[in-house]
Design a protein around this ligand. Sequence first.
Ligand code: BES
Ligand code: MN
Ligand code: ZN
Length: 498
Amino acid sequence: MQFSIKAVSPATAKTACVIAGVYQDHTLTHAAKALDQASGGALRQALKNGDLSGKKGSALLLHGLNAQTARVLLVGLGKDKTLSDKTYLDAVRAGWKALSATGAADALWCLHEVPVSGRDLAWKVRSTAVNIEEAQYRFDHLKSSSDAEPEKLKSLALVVDKLQLKAAQTALQQALAEAHGVALTRDLGNLPSNLCTPTHLAATAKELAKQFKLKVQVLEKKQMEALKMFSLLSVAKGSVQPPKFIVLAYNGGTANGRTAKQAPVVLVGKGITFDSGGISLKPGEGMDEMKYDMCGAATVLGTLRAVAEMQLPLNVIGVIPTCENMPNGNASKPGDIVTSMSGQTIEILNTDAEGRLILCDALTYVERFKPAAVIDIATLTGACIIALGHVHSGLYSKDDALAAALLKAGKAANDTVWQMPLDDDYQEQLKSNFADMANIGGRPGGSVTAACFLSRFTKAYTWAHLDIAGTAWKSGAAKGATGRPVPLLVEFLKSYKP
Ligand code: BES
Ligand code: MN
Ligand code: ZN
């Protein structure tokens, strides 16, 4: 389905369907009013007849009102004339659901004409396109036959005023770039671990580099040894899949006359392509979902894809330590002590706390970029799910400005984070009798102590950590990757001032 922006009159343009809003008190939005007039009051009559309540989430399809408009889809907006983010997004989803059930091949979408509190047209256009793209996502190419119905809708035009044409087009182009990034992240997450190996992630990074003219470097085990990444390698050594260390750089910082020396934002993503727990083996139930333990890595690739397609005037570097966490005869054992790239020693008391072991070496590695900020993204702890459920990702940072920017971006993108504590009082739980630190801090505050562990490797720069264990994928009947937190990071980078 093709999106476009059109400056036309929805009541007189020829179309298979117009989507417009109506409030609960039966007030018609601008476009609905025009359609009502063009059809001799058919919309008001339908409301009078009680065919549509105008309540949030309700929708009514009207046929054959006049020669040029084959259908009108009225979507209920609720009571308030100015919508909340949530009411607006619900209306978009309800409108899309009803529209895709029709046979319309093309449509004129007008819901973004309604005011949304504190949001501009660009936000409304972005939210519309991103949510519709998200609803259309399928991952069925590994089934021998698909039961999904073919899409009937071929083109969807968002109707705007002539004066808003340019702004809306930019917003749409950026939204589609974001949606492509989200889809890539979801695809990689959903791909099973026998196909989505560290080698596959490296190949994906190379493809992106080719397509978008990015710089890519993939370090092999030998090079990681030379860099003394022995914490990362201690996780990889229980698997027959070779580990990879991916560095993917987007250099947009020279655009708009800015200097190429602009300090980069560095994104570090956990890339465990399967987390069996290692020798501290996980229980069998639901273990398949540990194919999603590379969603941090997938987020980095998806975000870079979006940023590159948008051509943002920034330098962004993605760094992905990636391997499998498996229990073979060569695997790390509880009690083993390793020396990280930073020189700090780690007692591995639980081989299932492996994410922090690969991230810590990546966090040391990125010092060389003299970053403006480093954000790591990781499906790090089950404890984060206990703390925050599946609503917010966990946000950890000692930098108030960075934390505030991420919180704000999360709200704007409807991909929220909740700030968690990171004070030194928690560091004590990581004490080891035999090394500089242990890799686990016990059950209390398990997500916090994991973040505290990472913080020991981030002293050289401004840093934030996102624990996405509860938000990167859904379980149960709707099992699948969400693409979070790509929307949050894209929004953050869009408004980032270098
Ligand atoms: N990848 C898991 C965290 C996880 C578990 C994410 C379930 C999403 C759902 C991580 O590597 C892990 O196993 N963490 C352990 C840490 C513990 C051993 C201190 C956990 O959360 O149980
Ligand atoms: Mn684990
Ligand atoms: Zn893990």
